[in-house]
Design a protein around this ligand. Structure first.
Ligand code: PRP
Ligand code: MN
Ligand code: MG
Length: 186
C-alpha cells in the first residue's frame, strides 16, 4: 500500500483506478485516430505532465506521425481558484496547420483555460481539434467548453497529486487526493 501524504485528507483515485481510466482513454484515442496522418498531442504544463506521459504510452498508432508538443499556460498562480486571466508562458514550436490536434489537460475547473486555448489553436487551422482531460469539476464550469475525452467527474474539492499542485507542491504524489482544508484556508 502507498503511504499517504500527511496533508492529504483522503485518496480520491488510487494509482490503480487512474491506470485503468488512462488505459481506457488511450484505447479510445487509438481507435479514433487510426486513420490520422499527423497527430499532435499538446500537453499543457505543468499539470498535464504525468497524465500525458501515461496516456501516450497507451496510444498505438503505427500508421500515424504522432508528435508531442507542450505549452505552458497559467491561470491559478498560488490561488485555489482560477483568476480567469490566462498567461501563455511557452508557446508551440511547430505549426499545427492541417494536423489532427489533441489537447491534453489534467483538469478543467472553470473551463476558462481550455476555452481560451481552443480559440487560440483553432485560429492556427488544424485539421481537427479535440481535448482529453483527466478530471472535470462539473460544478465549477463557468463557460461551455466541448471535451471529447474525459476521465473522471469530480466534486468541488481541492485535488492534488498525479501532476496537480497546490502552490507548486504535491505534483509528485502518485495518486489523486484531497488536500486538507487547513493547508489552504487561513
Ligand atoms: C490548472 C489546470 C488547468 C487549469 C484549469 O493549471 O492544470 O490548466 O488550471 O482551470 P480552469 O478550468 O479554471 O481554467 P494551473 O494554472 O494551476 O497551472 P499548472 O498546470 O502549472 O498547475
Ligand atoms: Mn494546468
Ligand atoms: Mg496549478
Amino acid at each position: 500500500t502507498t503511504e499517504i501524504h500527511p496533508n492529504v485528507n483522503r485518496v480520491i483515485f488510487t494509482e490503480t483506478q487512474i491506470k485503468e481510466k488512462v488505459a481506457e482513454l488511450a484505447q479510445q484515442i487509438t481507435r479514433d485516430y487510426k486513420d490520422s496522418k499527423n497527430l499532435v498531442l499538446i500537453g499543457i504544463l505543468k499539470g498535464s505532465f504525468v497524465f500525458m506521459s501515461d496516456l501516450v504510452r497507451g496510444i498505438h498508432l503505427p500508421n500515424t506521425n504522432v508528435s508531442l508538443e507542450f505549452m505552458s499556460i497559467s491561470s491559478y498562480g498560488a490561488e485555489t481558484s482560477s483568476s480567469g486571466i490566462i498567461r501563455i508562458i511557452m508557446d508551440l514550436r511547430t505549426s499545427i496547420e492541417g494536423k489532427d490536434v489533441l489537447i491534453i489537460e489534467d483538469i478543467i475547473d472553470s473551463g476558462l483555460t481550455l476555452k481560451h486555448l481552443i480559440e487560440l489553436l483553432q485560429s492556427r487551422k488544424p485539421k481537427s481539434l479535440e481535448s482529453a482531460i483527466l478530471l472535470r469539476k462539473k460544478e465549477g464550469l463557468k463557460t461551455e467548453v466541448p471535451v471529447k475525452y474525459i476521465g473522471f467527474d469530480i466534486p468541488m474539492v481541492f485535488i492534488i497529486g498525479y501532476g496537480l499542485d497546490f502552490a507548486e507542491n504535491y505534483r509528485e504524489l502518485p495518486y489523486l487526493g484531497e488536500l486538507k482544508e487547513e493547508c489552504y484556508k487561513k
